[in-house]
Design a protein around this ligand. Structure first.
Ligand code: MG
Length: 381
């Protein structure tokens, strides 16, 4: 069996899918994308195809090594995301070629189902409380919310109190038997985070995510020392060497993204490395169905999994969503806040190739917003 062809599809709302065809074996699907830079990643995939065409698709580790290191320059979101999508597609081919799900090739499942959380949006406390109530009604046992809008380096007591008020409103709806996680998208400075996090302690978040930008991840130990709230980060780290720098800080949860951090091969290794530091795994996944299936394959096989992110109904998905590209969308049915083990071969989903081709004819040019503070200066989004 040899790799015959790589084809990328730019599909709404903001994704890039990859199809790898083999000469006489199965077809594999991957999702190589960085949100807002999909076309750049597609070009990186196209360049990597020069090496892959004609190769045996089952030598995944060998191809990972060559593609990650063989171009001399390495790491970062573009190259690591291109490699991630290729890696997912190769695992899909490997599983399909012997008729087993990927997690079986990773040593088999260590859990029967995977707990997932759902996003709630909006900055108004009443809004997030209403949305949290809807998620509880749908059976979810955990939600995640944005902690704040744009913040000054050191912001006012009122801004800090507003963050606490939003989290309080959600905690009141959830009660003590469900969880809320609070994502800051790196919007706080270290000193602002030291001011805000103590105000959230009484609401016992499952974790606070990216309180500060990834550039200062190695300093997160200052926050760990300042609050009992578990700190999570890692959606903007791209390989095991990036994670090695943050694991000693005392971070509680790492969030590698299956479509950014080198794919199934690499996230599996990152998860194992984290386990040695007593750090839990919660794969980042605001992306599409192939990224989610890849995440679930690792989640099913990883003893230190905390919870899985998934994007159904997320605020980014206006117009098209996670289930639009699947032949059988029931694989992602959520029951009591869990998704059942994927039992199909490969990634465990069947991508609707016709739907993908149709959507790729539309394409997208998704970009995130650029936020400004009230003095006109750039603010973290
Ligand atoms: Mg996040």
């Amino acid at each position: 069996m040899k790799i015959d062809r790589l084809t990328t599809y730019l599909v709404p709302p903001r994704w890039l899918f990859l199809r790898i065809d083999t000469d006489d074996g199965p077809t594999g699907w991957g999702e190589p994308v960085v949100e807002g830079r999909a076309a750049t990643v597609a070009t990186a995939v196209e360049e990597m195809a020069d090496y892959l065409i004609g190769q045996d698709p089952l030598r995944i580790e060998e191809h990972w090594n060559v593609l990650a290191k063989g171009g001399f320059y390495r790491g970062g979101p573009i190259l690591s995301s291109a490699l991630a999508g290729i890696d997912q597609a190769l695992w899909d081919i490997a599983g399909k070629s012997i008729g087993v799900p990927v997690h079986q090739m990773l040593g088999g499942h260590v859990r029967d189902r995977v707990r997932v959380y759902s996003w709630i949006g909006g900055d108004d406390p009443r809004e997030v409380a209403v949305e949290a109530a809807i998620k509880v009604e749908q059976g979810f046992t955990a939600v995640k919310m944005n902690g704040s809008g744009p913040l000054r380096v050191i912001d006012t007591p009122a801004q800090a109190a507003a963050v606490a008020e939003r989290v309080a409103a959600v905690r009141e709806v959830l009660g003590p038997d469900r969880d809320v996680a609070v994502d800051f998208h790196g919007r706080m400075s270290l000193p602002m985070a030291r001011r805000v996090l103590p105000l959230l302690e009484e609401f016992a978040p499952m974790f606070v995510e990216e309180p500060v930008v990834p550039e200062v991840s190695e300093l997160v130990g200052q926050l760990v020392a300042a609050t009992p709230i578990p700190i999570a980060l890692g959606e903007r780290l791209y390989n095991r060497w990036d994670f090695r720098r943050v694991l000693p800080t005392g971070v509680a949860v790492i969030q590698p993204d299956l479509s950014h951090a080198g794919g199934i091969s690499e996230v599996r290794k990152i998860a194992t490395m984290a386990e040695a530091y007593d750090v839990a795994l919660a794969p980042h996944c605001p992306l599409g169905p192939i990224a989610l299936a890849s995440s679930l394959q690792v989640a099913l096989a990883s003893p230190n999994l905390l919870i899985q992110e998934q994007s159904l109904g997320i605020h980014y998905n206006a117009g098209s969503d996670l289930l639009d590209y699947l032949v059988d969308a029931s694989v992602f049915d959520y029951t009591d806040g869990f998704v059942a083990r994927l039992t199909g071969p490969g990634l465990g989903i069947e991508v609707d190739a016709a739907a993908v081709e149709k959507a790729a004819a539309v394409g997208h040019r998704w970009r995130n917003q650029v936020w400004r503070r009230d003095d006109g200066s750039f603010a973290e989004w």
